[in-house]
Design a protein around this ligand. Sequence first.
Ligand code: 9MR
Length: 359
Amino acid sequence: MIERRSFLAALPAAAGIGAAAQAERPLREVAAQRGMWFGAAASWPLLRDDEVYARHFAAECNMLVPENVLKMQVVHPEPERYVFIPWDFLASFCQKHGMKMRGHTLVWHQQMAPWFQRVATRENARRLLEEHIRTVAGHYRGKIESWDVVNEAIDVKDGVAGGYRKTPWFELLGSEYIDFAFRAAREADPEAGLVYNDYGLDYADEGSAAKQEAVLRLLRGMRERKVPLDGFGTQAHLNVASREKFRPEALRKFLGEVAALGLKIYVTELDVIDQALPDDVEARDHGVAEFYEAYLSAALDVKAVTAVLTWGLTDRYTWLARRNARPSGAPIRPLPLDREYQRKPAWRAIARAMEGRGA
Ligand code: 9MR
């Protein structure tokens, strides 16, 4: 009898995807069958220049989010200048491959444009914010599935009432900048889902609990004030070092409370830091996959969760390579595909979690 592996390896590779991979349905199909999206953050100019990278995005994802090119620093580098070329490429890629596109992000305290500090005052801040949102969110009016309108506006540690992060916008406009940004985004693109996105909400510990409470208060307040808010994004940058602080029931409870506000939920930036695991690749991949599956099967129990996006697709390119390098220098393995684009146990964990949700 031919062993399955060698039999599959002998098959011709159609469309350049390894033959073994064809035996499993791509995540975009698994997701679609569940009425969901699977996607990943794509990096520019890699998607244009690295043909293998691009091919795997098209194969696995029915949703894409630009990792950096819609941040103010890149898209709006000078007060009167906007740069849409990278986004235009990503948007046509999505169209060509039948993928939805998310926008990330209109308002964030990081990667702001260098001119901002020089130009912004209390007097002109509303106008600057409105112009930025009108121009950026207006560029693909009607074509974006959802926008992370405001990103990471809560940081309980800043000690501000309401848990608001002391961002430049907060300093200039107070917490009202959030409602204002959502209203401007609705006007700029009435069809896009408008999402509040944040991190640090994943565990059953005091830090996550305090942040969950502040986020829920923000979302509830926005609903009461009739701010146009359609969804909530939880980034889910997970770390195996904190695995024991994860409790499925705590996550389900939090997401359930968000869902009860009538919001859609997106898992927006999923990845799993593997520093706490031994170098041994098999053990490491197993530990990472186990966390993917535990997290996603709990999250997907909440029916409002409609999309899962990983922050990158392949271990070859991940923001964590710099930030969470391994002491031994061994490459980190936080994503569904390895450096050679082979599907890892984490890939199978995502597929199983989505399949487990039922049709
Ligand atoms: O992955 C992004 C990295 O390439 C950038 O250098 C960084 C800039 O601060 O932002 C990273 O993406 C972040 C995302 O936009 C918001 N949530 C946290 C992500 C990881 O830092």
